[in-house]
Design a protein around this ligand. Structure first.
Ligand code: AHG
Ligand code: MN
Ligand code: MN
Length: 323
């Protein structure tokens, strides 16, 4: 397919589908539903502060984290909007303890994993947040469909509600980014065929955890500082990974002696963003193997994560190997 700058997302999705003459159109309809739901979320986030969507709900979620009002709203909008289509079998979300199997989806061929609002603790202070999605083929009638390797994702992507709203996604044929034109209400292809720079000059680690890290992680961070790398850390993974995709360098959330498996969730964050990083020519790893080759054991499982430019990641993995 000839990538045409300026094409709108819905048409792009349909043109991609034409590469597969046997496609039923279901995946395209799911992607278009995600596009529509995230436009609504974007419009609400743009008004945060004017309407009553900021602050906490007063409840702790299954992750043990404070639920923000926008976490709940984004989750409900996405799940309700998607469920009304009847196009998928089940949805799992960072904000829901169990997967949801909509009554009208019993014939659905796909399952969807969602981080409805990533970086939500930043929303009250007007910093970029995002929605992350991951789609697998249904292989069973239970949670096993969600617990497939990340490499088996048929599509993954995110929407970043930043200084502009962008949707970035891949169906395994490279990564394309679309910017929402709020006047027209359409996502327009603005970043065709995104490729990570081979090497960057940025490291994104929460360095306040330095004392809790293994020697290898500390040594890597010491090394890049000596080389003159700069630290950028938003604490919205979506923003840190979006910057990494465009500018290169490394985003990491390692394990530490308090968070033995790190903090990032494999289904909702590490797999979809790792898929995009690898599709754009980078490397995404848990420190031992590609994150996309790890078979998750439970919906809300966490994993140490390192992702970014190929040359930077190879150096990091070599240092970690030394121990
Ligand atoms: P979420 O808002 O979906 O719970 O995710 C927050 C995550 C991730 O986006 C970010 O990279 C990380 O938490 C930041 O954690 P620290 O504040 O510990 O650095
Ligand atoms: Mn998140
Ligand atoms: Mn979240």
């Amino acid at each position: 397919m000839r990538v045409q700058k300026g094409i709108d997302l819905s048409r792009f999705i349909l043109e991609e589908e034409r590469r597969y003459p046997l496609a039923s159109g279901t995946l395209s309809r799911i992607l278009i539903s995600i596009e529509n739901a995230t436009k609504i979320i974007s419009s609400h986030i743009r008004k945060a502060g004017l309407v009553d969507v900021l602050g906490k709900v007063g409840r702790i979620n299954v992750q043990g984290e404070e639920v923000q009002k926008l976490d709940e709203l984004a989750n409900n909008w996405l799940v309700e909007h998607l469920a009304s289509t009847g196009d998928f079998f089940a949805v799992a979300s960072e904000e829901m303890e169990k997967a949801f199997f909509p009554a009208n989806g019993s014939d659905g061929k796909y399952v969807i994993s969602l981080d409805p609002l990533d970086g939500s603790s930043n929303v009250d202070v007007n910093i970029s947040v995002g929605t992350i999605f991951s789609i697998h083929k249904r292989i069973s009638d239970d949670d096993a469909s969600f617990l497939q390797e990340g490499r088996k994702q048929v599509a993954a992507g995110y929407v970043i509600y930043g200084s502009s709203t962008m949707l970035v996604y891949s169906t395994g044929n490279g990564v394309n980014g679309f910017t929402l034109d709020p006047a027209v209400g359409s996502f327009i292809l603005s970043h065709p065929n995104i490729k990570l720079p081979e090497r960057g000059k940025i490291y994104a680690f929460n360095e306040s955890n330095y004392k809790r890290w293994s020697n290898g992680i500390r040594r890597y961070v010491d090394t890049v500082k000596e080389k003159g790398y700069t630290l950028r850390y938003v604490a919205s993974m979506i923003a840190d990974v979006h910057r990494t995709l465009l500018k290169g360098g490394i985003f990491a959330y390692p394990a530490d002696n308090v968070n033995k498996n790190g903090k990032i969730r494999i289904l909702y964050e590490a797999n979809p963003l790792g898929f995009l990083i690898e599709q754009a020519g980078g490397i995404a790893s848990n420190g031992n193997s590609s994150i996309l080759d790890v078979k998750p054991e439970s919906l809300h499982q966490r994993t140490p994560i390192f992702m970014g430019s190929k040359a930077d990641m190879e150096e990091l993995l070599a240092i970690l190997k030394e121990g």
